[in-house]
Write a protein that binds this ligand. Structure first.
Ligand code: BJW
Ligand code: ZN
Length: 248
């Protein structure tokens, strides 16, 4: 007995455009802590407290060393079966768009080519004054670095109150509007504007599927909920799709 509905499999086999929105839960099985699950490294400081420009300006060394610590974790972990299944889907479908809120590079390391990053990338940094990029920073630099112009160097990630990269956001909205099937995977769907994407997809006629270990605030608004670990579910889904595609 497959855990996938016949409707989902039928729609996927007929779909022209498929989009997946991913969040921290997709990297949880690799060992990257999520933001809002209990027991995580974010229990002491809520993301809203630390992931903002004011926090950086009031204690740049502290915020910088926090990012260096997370950068270390993200470099040490490896992509999991969920990342690999999403990379495989690129080859299975004519148009498969992967939109991620994650900054950890694991989708690209798993082989996904068409990745749109909504919240930046932890491997990049830039000067807050002149915007010069600093992407080869030593992981052991525990204090914040200064640019040759005197400005502080910050990670190239999107903090609360900051605009998302406009081109990436426009592309993501466009994918949501055009997709036949839209997956929302391993995200609590609490942070906007990313959380709007599944709703835009649904309103535009897509079949929206949520994959998550727990219910979220949008679970009632989607067409199908697959409850469980994304690594296991996506791996299974790719197997089913490969079998069906081989028969057709
Ligand atoms: C598993 C699993 C497994 C576990 N398998 N699942 C409209 C309405 C209301 C508020 C706003 C709004 N528009 C803007 C706002 C304000 C704000 C916002 O959304 N606030 C909310 C908290 C209410 N948004 C912003 O400020 C954004 N900017 C913006 O909108 O600019 C325009 C603007 C400017 C000024 C004024 C007004 C508008 C920017 C948001 C930036 C978010 N940045 C962060 C930090 C990035 C850098 C870093 O990492 O340090 O991005 S916060 C953090 O949350 C990170 C994530 O990408 C993001 C989303 O988290 P995610 O991925 O969903 O993780 P979790 O932990 O929440 O969920 C994990 C899920 O996985 C759970 O559901 C688990 O169950 C599940 N899971 N294991 C499957 N194995
Ligand atoms: Zn500078």
């Amino acid at each position: 007995m497959s855990r996938f509905s016949n409707e989902l499999i039928d729609r996927l086999l007929k779909a022209r455009i498929i989009t997946s929105l991913t969040g921290a839960g997709v990297s949880a099985e690799s060992g990257v802590p999520t933001f809002r699950d209990p027991g995580g490294i974010w229990e002491k400081f809520r993301p809203e407290q630390l992931a903002n420009f004011e926090a950086f300006m009031s204690d740049p060394d502290f915020v910088w060393s926090w990012y260096q610590h997370r950068r270390q974790i993200m470099r040490e972990v490896k992509p999991n079966p969920g990342h690999r299944a999403l990379a495989e889907m690129e080859g299975i479908f004519d148009e498969f768009n992967l939109i991620t809120q994650n900054i950890d590079n694991l989708h690209k390391r798993a082989g996904s080519k068409n990745v749109t990053e909504l919240h930046g990338n932890i491997e990049r940094n830039y000067c807050i004054k002149c915007r010069k990029e600093y992407n080869e920073v030593d992981i052991h630099e525990k204090s914040v670095l200064k640019c040759e112009c005197g400005g502080l160097i910050r990670p190239d990630v999107v903090w609360f109150g900051e605009m998302l990269p406009l081109e990436a956001l426009r592309f993501a909205e466009n994918c949501a509007m055009r997709s036949n099937v839209f997956f929302t995977i391993g995200t609590s769907a609490e942070v906007y504007p990313a959380a709007m994407l599944p709703m835009i997809a649904r309103q535009s006629g897509a079949y929206v599927v949520e994959i998550n270990t727990r219910p979220t605030s949008i679970s009632y608004d989607v067409n199908e909920v697959l409850q469980g670990k994304s690594g296991e579910i996506l791996d299974e889904l790719v197997d089913v799709l490969k079998q069906k595609k081989a028969i057709i």
